[in-house]
Design a protein around this ligand. Structure first.
Ligand SMILES: NC(=O)c1ccc[n+]([C@@H]2O[C@H](COP(=O)([O-])OP(=O)(O)OC[C@H]3O[C@@H](n4cnc5c(N)ncnc54)[C@H](OP(=O)(O)O)[C@@H]3O)[C@@H](O)[C@H]2O)c1
Length: 306
């Protein structure tokens, strides 16, 4: 396994395991299998309800807790100084541990019309700085924060976030946010790194996958690694978990990297921290409420529709 180093010296595996929506069915089994095949970084969140499964899987495996990097996040309802301290304690209990490796603020705003987001973010971050200084968290960070959200923290807080987890994959590289983070020394981790399956039929990615004799997911993860991002793919089957973990046996050429860098927008989840969610899936089209949101976001929707 390759590692990346955060600004405070904490090392994290280049490939971790995502646990969102791993809560249905055999979550404990899925996480146990991921541990068995070699994953040593687990991405969770109080919102995912997977913290307990991670704790159990680590305990059952007999692997030393210190060998596993656990990341979890404070949800929108857990923000604010007192709230986040309480939420952190609850995460510790569910994870059955006395420290957390990475603790992140899940979203910068509780909703698009949250007018107090700046104050709430600062209060939340101050509490996290205290927990970090007390040695209860090895690294503190963010998720879904764009430059204007981070600027607010840098102006009003003392510790620069060590990591920002963003939706990043071919077709959605968030170049401006990434450039800003890198300028400030904030490491970027890519979530939804294989576009939750929505990239698999892309002509360019298929062509390149064939050229390198790998799967499209493996091509995406290798591309992200070469761009300097750690990733946290989720998979429920052992074969896919292994495929995603073994990306270090080939290299994408500079020309092919450019082709992926410049491909058209694809596979965006529709989630933006300052906007209502945009829905693309056909299954949602009959829902009147969602239809209105689609119309409100017409411009964005047209840009990303295929
Ligand atoms: N911070 C945030 O706001 C945020 C938001 C979203 C996600 N995340 C994190 O990022 C993690 C990953 O994102 P994600 O789960 O949304 O999407 P993803 O990892 O991009 O894609 C997961 C999907 O791809 C399939 N898959 C995985 N490896 C494959 C392979 N080698 N071949 C074929 N199919 C493969 C999986 O199938 P099966 O599962 O059926 O095997 C699953 O349907 C989440 O679990 C979560 O931890 C964070």
């Amino acid at each position: 396994m390759k590692y990346f180093e955060l600004s405070n010296g904490v090392k994290i595996p280049a490939i971790g395991f995502g646990t969102y929506k791993a809560a249905e069915g055999d979550t404990a089994d899925v996480i146990r299998t991921a541990l068995k095949v070699g994953y040593r970084y687990f991405d969770s969140a109080s919102f995912y309800q997977t913290e307990g499964y991670i704790a159990k899987a680590i305990k059952d495996s007999g692997i030393d807790r210190k060998e596993v990097v656990i990341a979890t996040k404070a949800w929108k309802t857990e923000m604010g100084y007192e709230n986040v301290k309480k939420a952190f304690q609850q995460s510790l209990e569910r994870l059955d541990t006395d420290y957390i490796d990475l603790y992140l603020i899940h979203w910068p705003r509780r909703s698009p019309d949250d007018r107090e987001w700046k104050e709430i973010d600062v209060e939340t971050w101050r509490a996290m700085e205290e927990l970090y200084r007390a040695g209860k968290i090895r690294a503190i960070g963010l998720s879904n924060f764009l430059p204007h959200h981070i600027e607010n923290l840098l102006e009003n807080c003392e510790i620069t976030p060590m990591l920002n987890q963003l939706e990043i994959h071919p077709g959605n590289m968030q170049e401006a946010a990434v450039r800003y983070c890198h300028e400030k020394g904030i490491f970027v981790q890519a979530y939804r790194p294989i576009g939750r399956g929505q990239l698999f039929d892309d002509v360019l990615l298929k062509e390149l996958a064939e050229k390198y004799q790998v799967s499209v997911p493996k091509l995406c993860l290798r591309y992200e690694y070469q761009r300097g991002f750690a990733t946290i793919p989720k998979a429920s089957k052992k074969e896919k978990m292994l495929d995603n973990l073994n990306i270090f046996d080939f290299e994408i050429s500079g020309t092919d990297m450019y082709q992926i860098d410049t491909m058209p927008p694809l596979g965006w989840s529709g989630e933006h921290p300052d906007r209502e969610r945009v829905y693309f899936d056909k299954e949602y089209n009959n829902d009147e409420k969602v239809h209105k949101i689609q119309l409100k976001s017409e411009l964005t929707r047209l840009c990303f529709m295929d």
